[in-house]
Design a protein around this ligand. Structure first.
Ligand code: PLP
Length: 376
């Protein structure tokens, strides 16, 4: 069995599982003042330190959420609402074309529902990198405080975005930078450019259903979930103690991948299928991710055929309401719809090994041979 879909969910690291088991066995509500409550609170605060260290942030700026999606939603709604309450109204939302659906959908809803907020898409170049010149033009034209949403690295292509340059660009304007670092965290160093930074535990070997939004000191944020005042009033609800403990443990042991497996996979693929296209290959990429297409092989067919051979990877297409549509990320990179329908992604992780690359290449060889026989 070769699991090559770490960008979807990375298997739980044993350290995370242990931390979760201890937290579950111990129980206790972190808001309780008795011993059990204080022990649960201590687990959360320890995890907060661990997650902050991963992101190069201060522990007190970490807000635990139910995952990356909630962190992204909180960033967008919370920033716009919080800024308005602080008398610093955000009127422009600049969102990169390759953001995760959770960013795209919430940004669209904010622009639709909050009067006076306009949304613009920041295009990417053919290699999948945010087009800095277009962002510069957007910032220069028009007036008003902006919230700029650019992810640290793309989940499909792995292309790493030029955050330092974007931060420098924003210096001349009244603008906040929101960075979805869900895929980048643990894989590349996060350099502290973001005002709002989102994370998700299950992409780095922690459990599903827990994430965090890190909000830089002094940056506005209004809570969107109100109730018992947990997370310093910024996200109510009894904390997912075990999930948070697992997140912290995973964050503390995660190590940046090297590109050896990915490079060996791509070299093998190219040797076998010289017409294979590797998306974003000319841009800086996460070392664990390869998004590619073999022309003539539909992604849906490939995912199912490889699965039968024990190789699990994902298609570069998103499935919504039963219909597979080609990826908005590849469309933004000007990849033709036909080629995009062949897009596949392999993503390696903490327990990947050479044998996984061998299995993937062997399964692809088998599939291409079968398709060639059919065509003959
Ligand atoms: N942002 C990015 C870039 C992602 O890849 C994902 C997950 O696929 C998310 C956000 C959503 O995170 P979660 O699954 O924790 O809601």
């Amino acid at each position: 069995m070769a699991y090559l879909d770490h960008n979807a969910t990375s298997p739980l690291r044993p350290e995370a599982g242990d931390a979760m088991a201890h937290a579950l066995a111990a129980g206790g509500n972190p808001s309780s003042v008795h011993g059990a409550g204080r022990a649960a609170r201590a687990r959360i605060e320890h995890a907060r330190e661990q997650v902050a260290a991963l992101a190069g942030a201060r522990a007190q700026d970490v807000i635990f959420t139910s995952g990356g999606t909630e962190a992204n939603a909180l960033a967008l709604w919370g920033a716009v609402q919080g800024a308005a309450e602080a008398g610093k109204r955000i009127t422009r939302l600049f969102v990169s074309a390759i953001e995760h659906d959770s960013v795209l959908a919430n940004a669209a809803a904010v622009a639709e529902r909050v009067p006076g907020v306009r949304r613009e898409t920041v295009p990417v170049t053919a290699d999948g990198t945010v087009d800095l010149e277009s962002l510069r033009v957007l910032l220069r034209e028009g007036k008003g405080r902006a919230l700029v949403a650019v992810m640290a690295a793309n989940n499909e292509t792995g292309v790493v975005q030029p955050l330092a340059q974007i931060r420098a660009l924003l210096a001349g304007y009244e603008a906040y930078l929101f960075v979805d670092a869900v895929q980048a965290a643990g894989k590349i160093a996060l350099e502290g450019e973001a005002d709002y930074l989102s994370l998700s535990a299950h992409k780095l070997g922690g459990p599903q259903g827990v994430g965090a939004l890190i909000v830089r000191e002094g940056v506005p944020l209004a809570a969107t979930i109100l109730g018992g005042g947990q997370e310093r009033g910024q996200r109510a609800g009894t904390e997912n103690v075990a999930g948070i403990a697992g997140f912290g443990a995973a964050a503390s042991v995660t190590a940046a991948p090297d590109a050896a497996l990915r490079d060996r996979f791509e070299a093998g693929l190219k040797a076998m299928c010289p017409d294979a296209v590797i998306f974003g290959a000319d841009a800086p990429r996460l070392a664990n991710t390869s998004n590619f297409a073999v022309p003539g092989i539909a992604a849906e067919t490939a995912v199912m055929a490889l699965d039968l051979d024990g190789v699990m990877l994902s298609s570069g297409s998103a499935c919504s309401s039963g219909k597979v549509r080609p990826s908005h990320v590849l469309a933004a990179m000007n990849v033709s719809e036909t080629l995009a329908r062949s897009a596949l992604r392999v993503s390696f992780g903490w327990n990947s090994a050479d044998a996984d690359v061998d299995a993937a290449l062997a399964a692809i060889a088998k599939l291409t041979a079968r398709i060639a026989r059919k065509a003959a």
